[in-house]
Design a protein around this ligand. Sequence first.
Ligand SMILES: Cc1cc2nc3c(=O)[nH]c(=O)nc-3n(C[C@H](O)[C@H](O)[C@H](O)COP(=O)(O)O)c2cc1C
Length: 186
Amino acid sequence: MRNVLILKGSPRERGNSAVLAEKAAEGARAAGAQVESIYLHGLDIRACDACDLCLEQGECVIEDDMRPLYPKLAEADGILLASPVYWFTFSAQLKVCIDRWYAFQASKWKEISGKPFGIILTYGDTDLTSSGGINAVRTLESLCLFLDSPIEGIVHASLDKAGEAETHPELLEQAYRLGQKLGGGN
Ligand SMILES: Cc1cc2nc3c(=O)[nH]c(=O)nc-3n(C[C@H](O)[C@H](O)[C@H](O)COP(=O)(O)O)c2cc1C
């Protein structure tokens, strides 16, 4: 069975990116995958301090909520990143988590490489460019290139009030299909 890991970067638990992420989770489960969805804002994840001890010890030495996330990332067959656009890129909650992936250098990135990614971005401005969502896409494209990971799809939308995504069936459908793909469906 495929494992899909969803990392949600919004502090709004029922915000727009979270609504779309949960729809993607539904799609992945329908495709037969096991899904775990993580609300990053609720976790204590410190910033990478660049100590490079991961190289010596084989793992990150910081004792915080990133600890149980490393094996989940390593075991995931697909990863979905869902975030609001904050100040023209994805949220700090997601960035601080991704920075800690640096510890995968211990396995020469092997544990995190090659997994398909999905991206969900929501923003208040009218489109991907004016919102700055394009910068998040650009960063994640570079990350996926570095990790030899394909991007299975990007769902993005201009939304405002928390939960507004619920009233956009076409968006929910896009998110569901992205989840299906990550879950191993067509
Ligand atoms: C701190 C903060 C910064 C934001 N920065 C931007 C931005 O740079 N561009 C934009 O289009 N919207 C910005 N927004 C609006 C959110 O991206 C928008 O409300 C989005 O739908 C929130 O997604 P969520 O419901 O998943 O939290 C910002 C909102 C906050 C709270």
